[in-house]
Ligand binder design. Structure first.
Ligand code: UTP
Length: 293
């Protein structure tokens, strides 16, 4: 069965960006001039997804407004002949976006479970609302979808991280490794420092079979007191094997401050109209640092 539906969980509290996220969802924080969640929606579209459900929570209305038609704005841009700007506003109009509210932010696993009725009995994708994956050749999610099409088994996107960082992620205990495809003995959410079974970390992209909902329904809170998706994936793995796939492309963690700033700089450097000025600014800052030594 084809993967046509995707869930983008965006109901977290975004506490690492307070006070900015008090009234504005962190998924709406812009990278240069586009909200983070739009990059993610574009990746889903480029991966063949036709229906997206965004799991939202309190204070997330801006996300719905963003993907809605803005008739007055569109008409004004059309009338003024500002076609580039109009195109940028219409970029994500080819996909159906639906919304569901997670009543309480009980964890990522609970957010996914909240969307179960929308998914029904078919395989689906998950893209986290604060991870941007950039790859010129093939979008990150599409690589997982291709893999799923070969095996029909759930597949989880991973990348290698440094040993100190393993405690921040879901980590896999790998079995046989065949190029980028990895058998998984066990999935462990946020292992205690020094106990990680490998440095392969789950990176915000998943293709899952609907059996996961059964395990999510009975999942008890895990790391951080939250209902963890990783724990339910481990239970699924005990019944139907789940593999990991080390996808190509760079992953940007825009859910934490330094990652957000780094992503903004990297994306701005790719814009010809900003690159020169930005490099000039860096040169001046480095000279200033040298002089003040
Ligand atoms: P994070 O843990 O990165 O998001 O969850 P957070 O909880 O909003 O961030 P901090 O730690 O307080 O700064 C990863 C993704 O899962 C969603 C988040 O919106 C984010 O996209 N999420 C998390 C939910 O939808 N519901 C939850 O209960 C928790």
């Amino acid at each position: 069965m084809r993967v046509k539906k995707a869930i983008i969980p965006a109901a977290g509290l975004g506490t690492r960006f307070l006070p900015a996220t008090k009234a504005m969802p962190k998924e709406m924080l812009p990278i240069v001039d586009k909200p983070t969640i739009q990059y993610i929606v574009e990746e889903a579209i480029a991966s063949g997804i036709e229906d997206i459900i965004i799991v939202t929570g309190k204070g997330k209305r801006a996300i719905e407004d963003h993907f809605d038609h803005a008739f007055e704005l569109e008409e004004t841009l059309l009338r003024k002949g500002k076609t580039d700007m109009l195109d940028s506003v219409l970029q994500t109009s080819s996909v159906e976006i639906h919304y569901i509210r997670q009543k309480q932010p009980l964890g990522l696993g609970h957010a996914i479970w909240s969307a179960r009725k929308f998914i029904g009995d078919e395989p689906f994708a998950v893209l986290l609302g604060d991870d941007i994956v950039e790859n010129d050749a093939e979008p990150g999610l599409l690589q997982l979808v291709d893999q799923f099409n070969k095996t029909g088994q759930s597949v989880i996107g991973v990348k290698q991280v440094s040993e100190e960082d393993t405690q921040r992620y879901g980590i896999i205990d790998p079995g046989a490794i065949d190029g980028k495809l990895i058998d998984v003995n066990k999935f462990v959410e946020k292992p205690e420092p020094g106990t990680a079974p490998s440095n392969y970390a789950i990176m915000g992209r998943y293709v899952l079979t609907p059996e996961i909902f059964k395990f999510l329904a009975e999942q008890e809170p895990g790391a951080g007191g939250e209902i963890q998706l990783t724990d339910a994936i481990q239970k699924l793995n005990e019944v139907h094997s789940v593999s990991a796939y080390e996808f190509d492309g760079r992953r940007f963690d825009v859910g934490e401050k330094f990652g957000f700033i780094e992503t903004t700089i990297e994306f701005a450097l790719k814009r010809p109209e900003l690159r020169g000025q930005l490099l000039q600014l860096f040169r001046e800052k480095l000279d200033e640092e040298e002089r003040n030594k």
